[in-house]
Write a protein that binds this ligand. Structure first.
Ligand code: PHE
Length: 353
């Protein structure tokens, strides 16, 4: 092969290769050509390799000549590939479809603000060891009210304007099935199904038979929380909710606990944070309305009667529960002024999140 790198042979090789390339009219043929000449055991590669076998005084010149041929052929390959590519595109654009035009991007969308805030809330509790569980939206009176210490005709039922469902009724003909008015029925369901220790949060939809306005909707979400074990105290409740409020609203927030009434907790509290908008300095603040405090949830120690209702011994087990409205929290956090926007399906609103 020593003579394959003589100047004449190299020239012949170059001409042969260029002629062969003109005959390659599709990508496969071009690739075969590349392998045959420039590939690992292609003719040009071999010619380059044989340079080493030549007498020392010729090596330099022979090597340079072989490399020139190689460079020339690589250039020709690039040109040929491009020619074929644009020829193929020209052929395609004879059809009505221009395949080189970028496609229309599908709109991917984003998570609904209610979903986002609920995930954020649940993630904080998950980091504290809570498990996320879900429950039915169509619920029995027994779970929504009775097991929660709200018997029939109890005045607390007026707190919850209820959508009743026809189809199941008690002996007095009153419906026993409803759309849950809060996520608290899951307290009873989880306790019935498991034994302590219990640490769960329950995100989900709830329904109220109410006229709608800027702060009331007939459908919204809640996130419920429940902790039950031996020796759970009000101090545990306070610590957990402090920690939650700071993680969601920032480390400087103060948290206020005030007595409140819910039949299924004792003592019951409402939990508020100090106003992050005006620090209580603006009498006309649209977030706290001048009070300096923003209520973010209801909470309390699980009522002993509720524990008994699900077969727990209240002398052995204690617990705390809390419930909050993610839409309300999102309204506070993002300055949303009308709760009806959440279900309004207006993309101008939704796409801001
Ligand atoms: N379920 C109550 C409501 O909807 C909130 C709450 C939950 C209060 C748990 C105390 C404990 O208003």
């Amino acid at each position: 092969m020593a003579d394959a790198s003589s100047a004449a042979d190299l020239d012949a090789l170059r001409q042969e290769a260029l002629a062969a390339l003109t005959g390659a009219t599709d990508p496969q043929a071009v690739e075969a050509w590349r392998v045959a000449y420039l590939g690992r055991s292609g003719k040009v590669t071999q010619a380059l390799r044989s340079v080493g076998a030549q007498p020392a005084e010729q090596r330099r010149e022979a090597g340079a000549a072989a490399n020139r041929v190689k460079a020339r052929l690589e250039k020709a390959l690039a040109v040929r590939s491009e020619e074929l590519r644009s020829a193929r595109l020209d052929a395609l654009s004879d059809d009505a479809i221009d395949v080189s035009l970028p496609g229309r991007l599908a709109e991917i969308g984003s998570l609904h603000p209610s979903t986002r805030i609920m995930r954020e809330i649940c993630a904080i509790f998950e980091r504290m060891g809570f498990q996320v569980v879900e429950g039915p939206e169509v619920e029995w009176d027994r779970y929504n009210f009775e097991l929660l210490n709200i018997p029939k005709d109890h005045p607390a039922r007026d707190m919850f304007d209820t959508f009743w469902i026809d189809g199941a009724a008690d002996e007095d003909g009153r419906s026993t099935m409803l759309l849950r008015t809060h996520t608290s029925p899951m307290q009873a369901r989880v306790m019935e199904e498991r034994r302590p220790p219990i640490r769960v949060v329950v995100p989900g939809k709830v329904y109220r038979y109410e006229a709608t306005d800027a702060t009331h909707e007939s459908q919204f979400h809640q996130v419920e929380g429940l902790v039950v074990d031996e020796g759970v105290s009000f101090a545990n409740l306070k610590h957990t909710l402090y920690e939650f409020a700071r993680q969601l609203f920032g480390g400087e927030r103060k948290v206020r606990f005030r007595c409140d009434y819910f039949p299924f907790v004792e003592p019951g509290v409402d939990v508020a944070i100090d106003c992050f908008k005006c620090d209580g300095d603006d009498a006309r603040c649209r977030i706290c309305r001048g009070s300096g405090w923003i209520e973010i949830m209801g909470a309390g120690m699980v009522h002993p009667q509720v524990l008994r209702n699900v077969g727990y011994d209240p002398d052995r087990y204690t617990g705390f529960a809390f419930g909050m409205g993610p839409e309300r929290i999102a309204m506070l956090k993002y300055g949303i002024e009308d709760i009806r926007l959440f279900l309004g399906n207006d993309l101008r609103f939704l796409s801001q999140f």
